[in-house]
Design a protein around this ligand. Structure first.
Ligand code: DGY
Length: 427
């Protein structure tokens, strides 16, 4: 295997970030994803902050300029027309001034903004930009608990697999069976023209993705109605952990900026979430599991979604147990952290979220493990991430058994995470 050259790896990452930069937002990669994606942008800003702090703040500002009046922040903003992606704005039909999708994505903004603020070299700029973003992120968090936790359980549901960011995870298979496919309008996929179809979700999954989009569109994207009207309501521990961490981070940031009400509200949301997430723990898997809200049953699927809660302040024994689970997975895969238990017969090494490694997941998991002192596992994850880059370049994701690059190439958030990892290693 080639050895890592930190300086040239950094330069290469910078090149990828710059070539996908459209001025005030960054696309994930040319061809496959030609617009602004929500959590991509927030994590990308972390990478950008190493060389241009103002540009990093702008990345997040641009996303929030397209927040809906009810507080929801959409998963895609269609800034400029491109026919290279499906489903485009006319399928979503959300009737926004700048077209957007109608669903959301993992709320990493609260975490990202706190991190940008904490390490800012330009404190005056950071204070000004963070102060302006605070009420917007708070409104997004409030929206989550109002419209996605309507019965006050402390945990929010996703209503579409795309909201999780882990589109075709095995976590959704069972609940997805309940989503019909009759009445889906004829369509032509574009993703399989940009990436190997064997690495992408199946046609059956795509039909159901689109059925849900059409169903929500028929309800006029009225978020106060979508939750109860959706046949797909899943509580994802990873998604909730991101929200809990974002609430806790936003509370700290609000306190530092003297916004006491925002601080108190977010502190309370994080506390309720941490209490409720315990109901998703599985002793036999040594991790958390998803829960199907429509049946009230845990879903027997050991994925990275149940590992990710180390990113939030879960009880320490749980986090240590998760570190042991990662070590078990590491014995079965060459590169970590796979998105599904590699010993499960349903594991698929190359297909999107059914097995491959993603650097954004590695970043959040390593961050959580470092906080609780599991530094050896955290360092293993960082090493594995940089080995993948050295061997296979800046791909969207990687086969954990071989390191082969999969999905789109020259990927923005992969480059951003590499810059973060190099920095953690004292580049
Ligand atoms: C896609 O189109 O594959 C995206 O993941 C949905 O946002």
């Amino acid at each position: 295997m080639n050895t890592l050259d930190p300086a040239s790896t950094y330069d290469h990452a910078l090149e990828v970030l710059k070539e996908n930069d459209h001025g005030d937002y960054t696309i994930p990669t040319k061809g496959l994803y030609p617009f602004q994606w929500n959590w991509d942008s927030c994590l990308t800003a972390l990478g950008q902050s190493h060389y241009d702090e103002a540009r990093a703040w702008t990345e997040i500002d641009t996303l929030f300029a397209h927040q809906w009046p009810d507080g929801m922040v959409p998963h895609i903003v269609f800034h400029v027309y491109s026919d290279g992606y499906f489903p485009g704005p006319n399928v979503w039909a959300t009737n926004r001034p700048t077209p957007t999708s109608g669903i959301t994505q993992p709320p990493v903004a609260g975490f990202a903004v706190k991190r940008l603020f904490d390490r800012a070299r330009d404190k005056a700029l950071a204070t000004e930009r963070a102060r302006a973003l605070l009420p917007k992120i708070d409104a997004w968090h409030r929206w989550f608990y109002a419209d996605r936790d309507p019965h006050d359980e402390g945990l929010v549901a996703i209503l579409h697999p795309w909201e999780s960011g882990r589109d075709n995870s095995i976590d959704w298979d069972e609940a997805f069976e309940r989503v019909p496919t009759e009445g889906v309008e004829p369509y032509t996929r574009r993703d399989t023209q940009h990436a190997d179809p064997a690495h992408r979700p199946t046609k059956a999954q795509y039909d159901r993705y689109l059925w849900l989009v059409q169903h929500f569109r028929d309800l006029d994207w009225d978020n106060s109605r979508l939750h109860d009207a959706s046949p797909f309501q899943v509580i994802d521990p990873g998604f909730n952990a991101i929200l809990i961490r974002a609430c806790a981070d936003l509370a700290d940031l609000a306190e530092a900026l003297g916004e006491n009400q925002i601080a108190a509200d977010n502190r309370a949301r994080a506390a309720a979430g941490l209490k409720a997430i315990e109901g998703l723990w599985s002793d036999s898997h040594g991790q958390y599991l998803c829960k199907d809200r429509t049946t009230d049953a845990l879903i027997d699927s050991a994925t990275i979604g149940g590992i990710l809660p180390v990113f939030a302040a879960i009880p320490k024994p749980r986090a240590h147990e998760i570190a042991r689970t990662i070590e078990r997975w590491a014995d079965a895969a060459k590169f970590i952290v796979p998105s599904h238990d590699p010993l499960d017969p349903r594991f698929e090494a190359k297909r999107y979220w059914r097995g491959p490694v993603w650097l954004v997941m590695n970043y959040m998991i390593a961050d959580g493990l470092t906080v609780i002192g599991e530094t050896a596992v955290a360092e293993h994850i960082i090493r594995s991430s940089l080995d993948l880059i050295t061997q296979s370049g800046f791909a969207e994701y990687y086969d954990p058994t071989t390191g082969e690059p999969c999905g789109g190439g020259r990927f923005t958030w992969t480059a951003a995470m590499v810059i973060e990892f190099l920095d953690l290693m004292g580049r």
